[in-house]
Design a protein around this ligand. Structure first.
Ligand SMILES: Nc1ncnc2c1ncn2[C@@H]1O[C@H](COP(=O)(O)OP(=O)(O)OP(=O)(O)O)[C@@H](O)[C@H]1O
Length: 981
């Protein structure tokens, strides 16, 4: 449908009559009246119209004009007849006569005035209108009383968007204009500009800001990336404040705000869907900055792109495809600005000029379909204007588009823009790790890694960047650990020895003959023989115990593999040498169990003089008794104490503590473990124990912190253990005691039929002489979580159901002695069914318990369920574990446990399903380092490399004096803090 020049002229003539309108050159001024009349006509014609620029009529302004702001296009551009346009009225007439409005409409639907409401904006203030009108003149300097005022506006703009003022002639040979590649996002723009316009900054300053001159040699008291955020010039005070409030105090914090994921920017094909992330190369058709209201403006750049019209073709580069296979689509790139200052015409003109008509640009981002066919809006985009003669195919390649998480209310787009500024400021020599190390391990430089993670050209680049950043996470952790250990050693030889040990870890062991007499006797009294792994573990530990340096060892093995007895043997070894042992466990229940277990084993020792005195000290120990125990520990009468946190209380003083065993060590923090170190051993304290021992081992080590043996049932791969416990030697028990039958596991849905089956299985088991655990996620019923079954609420139901069988209740809210009593009854067989919460998860050992039912089992993690399941199948009886899921949908996750009883495999599955931070649950993992980028299950090799690199660095310089930047970086990373100190 056409909109004839005649019709247009009639509009103009009419407007001329009422005296508000002049049609001069390409500019059209519109008053209140025009939009109504004009839009009615346009509406009928289903057409919209635009003019190149907005000019405020002084007459209109004086009357409190209604500004008609959206008519902003060059008519020849609209018709595609941009050349040879003359400014005479005659030519305008001709152009209008020839103009096919429907074609324009097709090309630029977003500026349509027909069916969409017009942007009619009021501003009644004379001063505003006058100001805007004057600013609209090309030479705005004339308006200001002197040129400094004009400079002020320019400076402010240049600060706000330095790329606007970059002298492109001085650009390097990069294909893309780097500074243009991530224009500031709308919201950020407005806030960023706001205050800049308030601050008068000199032009010279703003030039500096554009260039961001970097120091050639960085001072060694500060790393570049630890510069405060204010180092990024051109942001408003408010933005600095916002960033600071959200934790972005330094460039490091910004650069370490990594993309959450990457959208795969695809080359656009014929079928474009809403929300797709696409990449285009096309020609800038128009660029206009529009003042939409007194405090709102926007920039719209329209880019026309040829894209392949056939599904099969993959290239869409301009001019590369043949006729018939291509079609033109129009991208409407929009940025919005809020704030009066951004409505100034010079500002809007400057924005416009950034993109020249005819520029070839690469655009990528998220597309939104518009009402009109082949028109797409993009509000989240990058536009890179390409230099002439560059290979366009390079730019059109698919590439990842970073998607950032928001932080503290700061939007992802805003953060992305600020991060790009930080990247632009980044010097090449930012890497603290020496080049030969990065080359040896095939790593990117840190500079490239930051670029690769934030602005990758392809997914491979992002992957390499990630590898480098993961390497750093592991490397500094290892370096910190080893550095600390070296600092603790005196001589160069000792330090070299330590590094050698880590370089080629040897399994030194001490054969049974060399164990102390007490240990050998204890071994003989055991009702079973040690498995080969247990034997090896004891030999390894005893070898370490004989050394004059404190041992720091992790004993790790799957549930029920028999770690406790290994630890008991280690304790016997030191007791046999005249020292004391402490055994710390996380729960009172476990302390009692271990205590009773040990007493049972010691009963078999016939010679009284060998029998060590063992005590139990927990929070529930009566005061008087506790006082006596503490006294015994102090005098040395008590040679071994088992207990909870109470053992590390200040008032507990040991006379000759030589080993501290920490069971389920991940439940204790580093500080708690380290508190044993304060309970140093002094030779003078050795008392009567000396007479009791038959062998006299060397006591030359007059003053030494105790050996620490930590135990963990959390099955973690060796590499993982290395990362978590970099300073610990590792002993693993890899086999289970003989005769163990794998627990038969079954996941079922907890509907009526499911429960009937479970009860039937329970009855069969009880009739067969078995004992059953029923595990519940909660103690009391919860209104918030009505689907959950609760232990105490079920006691009556289960008791009624299983008449003739005794049921007991065990949960964390019970008193210590009540718990102990219940567990004792279950152990002795007075109770047949034990309804419990996850309080039984750790360490509870009732070897003849043969069945476990876990209610609402989807509430537990896989590793946790594996631990729970480990409470059955500890004897020779075949056992079952039934996992009852609340819904059918959660069954698939639980099926993993049906298929595997391998703790390592399950731990990895858990990592995959829940992420490494959740490996041990939130509460438990408080002391574990967090790896923002690393996926521990997949990045083991990098961890190994990082370990080797750390050793190499420290071999070259024990105190890191040769690597000052590394030392600084290490102090910034604070590995000890990461580990919970
Ligand atoms: N070599 C062995 N032969 C037979 N039984 C053994 C052997 N070693 C230990 N046991 C028994 O296996 C059971 C489990 O041992 P223990 O409690 O030490 O396991 P654990 O590794 O500490 O398990 P958890 O991590 O579940 O606490 C105990 O009843 C113990 O007596």
């Amino acid at each position: 449908m056409g909109f004839s020049g005649k019709q247009m002229r009639s509009v103009i003539v009419f407007q001329g009559k009422v005296g508000y309108l002049a049609f001069f050159n390409r500019r059209m001024r519109c008053s209140n009246f025009l939009p109504l009349y004009f839009s009615k006509m346009c509406y009928r014609l289903k057409h919209k119209f635009a003019k190149k620029s907005v000019e405020i009529d002084r007459h209109g302004a004086g009357r409190g004009s209604k500004v008609f702001a959206l008519m902003d296009y060059n008519l020849p551009d609209l018709t595609g007849n941009g050349t040879g346009y003359k400014k005479s009225e005659m030519n305008v007439k001709d152009t209008l006569d020839d103009m096919d409005i429907s074609m324009i409409c097709k090309r630029f639907p977003s500026i349509s005035l027909g069916s969409a409401p017009q942007v009619d904006l009021y501003d009644g203030t004379t001063s505003y209108s006058e100001m805007t009108g004057i600013l609209a003149t090309d030479d705005f300097e004339k308006y200001f009383s002197d040129s400094s005022e004009a400079r002020w506006v320019q400076n402010s703009l240049s600060e706000a968007l330095p790329s606007l003022y970059v002298d492109h002639s001085s650009e390097t040979s990069s294909t893309l204009r780097e500074e243009d590649s991530f224009p500031l996002s709308p919201d950020s723009m407005s806030s960023i500009y706001e205050e800049n316009l308030d601050n008068q900054v000199t032009w010279e300053n703003s030039q500096e800001q554009v260039g961001l001159q970097l120091p050639a040699n960085l001072p060694l008291n500060e790393l570049f990336i630890d510069k405060p955020i204010s180092f990024l010039h051109g942001l408003s005070k408010r933005v600095y404040q916002q960033l600071d409030n959200c934790g972005f105090h330094t460039l490091r914090k910004l650069l370490h705000h990594f993309p959450r994921s990457y959208a795969n920017l695809q080359n656009a094909h014929a079928e474009i869907d809403d929300g797709q992330y696409l990449i285009f190369v096309g020609k800038v058709l128009s660029s206009r900055g529009v003042r939409a209201s007194c405090s709102f403006s926007f920039l719209e750049v329209i880019v026309g792109c040829q894209i392949s019209d056939s599904e099969s073709a993959s290239e869409h580069l301009t001019g590369t495809a043949t006729e018939g296979q291509e079609k033109t689509i129009y991208l409407h790139l929009k940025k919005f600005f809020r704030g009066t200052r951004f409505t100034y015409t010079p500002f809007l003109r400057s924005l416009e000029k950034k993109y020249q008509e005819g520029d070839i640009a690469c655009v990528c981002g998220k597309v939104k379909t518009m009402r009109h066919k082949d028109h797409y809006e993009m509000r989240e985009y990058n536009i890179d204007v390409l230099e002439d003669g560059k290979d366009l195919s390079f730019c059109a390649k698919e590439r990842p588009y970073p998607i950032y998480p928001s932080k503290g209310g700061l939007k992802p787009l805003f953060l992305r823009d600020i991060i790009v500024r930080a990247l632009q400021a980044l010097p090449v020599n930012v890497d603290p790790i020496p080049k030969d190390i990065t080359e040896q391990f095939g790593l990117l430089s840190l500079h490239d890694a930051y670029f690769g993670i934030h602005k990758p050209n392809n997914i491979n680049e992002a992957d390499l960047a990630r590898k480098r950043l993961i390497f750093d996470e592991f490397f500094y952790l290892q370096l910190g650990r080893l550095f600390q250990m070296l600092e603790g050693l005196g001589t160069q030889i000792e330090k070299d020895g330590l590094l050698d040990k880590y370089r080629s870890p040897k399994n030194n062991t001490l054969c049974t003959e060399e164990w102390s007499c007490l240990t050998k006797k204890f071994l003989d009294t055991l009702p079973y023989t040690l498995t080969s792994s247990q034997q090896h573990a004891v030999s390894e530990i005893i070898w370490d115990l004989k050394r004059p340096v404190p041992m720091n060892r992790l004993l790790q093995g799957d549930v029920g593999c028999g770690k406790t007895v290994v630890a008991f043997l280690a304790c016997m070894e030191v007791i046999g040498s005249g020292y004391q042992a402490a055994f710390m466990v996380p729960t009172e229940l476990l302390a009692i169990q271990h205590y009773e277990h040990l007493l049972n084993l010691l009963e078999n020792l016939d010679e009284v003089k060998f029998k060590p005195t063992v005590a139990l000290l927990t929070g529930s120990t009566p005061l008087k008794q506790a006082r006596m125990i503490r006294k015994g520990i102090q005098t040395g009468e008590i040679s071994m104490v088992i207990g909870t946190h109470s053992l590390i209380a200040d008032k507990v003083e040991f006379s000759a503590l030589r080993i501290a065993v920490v069971d389920e060590q991940h439940r204790f923090g580093v500080i708690q473990r380290a508190r044993f170190n304060s309970k140093l051993y002094y030779t003078s304290s050795i008392l009567s124990m000396e007479e009791a021992v038959t062998d006299t081992s060397s006591k030359s080590d007059a003053y030494m912190a105790p050996h620490v043996l930590a135990m963990s049932a959390t099955p973690i791969p060796r590499t993982l253990a290395l990362a978590f416990y970099g300073d610990m030697s590792l002993t693993q028990i890899t086999d289970l005691p003989p005769g163990r039958i794998p627990v038969q596991t079954c996941a079922i849905e907890g509907n009526d039929k499911g429960y009937e089956n479970v009860y039937k299985m329970m009855l069969d088991e009880l009739q067969d002489g078995g004992k059953v655990y029923l595990v519940y996620p909660i103690i009391e019923l919860s209104e918030q979580l009505p689907q959950l079954r609760a232990a105490s609420a079920d006691l009556e139901v289960i008791s009624d159901r299983f008449e003739g069988y005794n049921c007991g209740l065990l949960h964390g809210k019970m008193k210590g002695d009540e718990k102990e009593e219940t567990l004792r009854k279950f152990r002795t067989g007075e109770l047949h069914i034990l309804l419990a919460t996850q309080v039984i998860e750790i360490g509870v050992d009732v070897p003849d318990a043969s069945m476990m039912v876990v209610m609402n089992s989807e509430r537990f993690g896989i590793a946790q369920l594996h631990q729970l399941r480990g409470r059955v199948g500890r004897g020779v009886r075949a056992s079952k574990c039934i996992l009852v899921a609340s819904t059918a949908s959660s069954l698939s996750r639980l099926k993993v446990l049906e298929r595997s009883s391998d703790g390592f495999h399950l731990a990895n599955m858990d990592l995959l399903l829940r992420g490494p931070g959740d490996l041990l649950g939130k509460k438990q993992s408080g002391h574990l380092p967090e790896f923002p980028v690393a996926r521990l299950e997949a990045d083991g090799n990098i961890l190994q490399d990082a370990h080797l690199a750390a050793l190499k660095i420290l071999s070259a310089s024990h105190d890191l004096e040769q690597f000052p930047a590394l030392k600084l970086e290490l102090s910034m990373r604070q590995p000890l803090c990461l580990l919970g100190d």
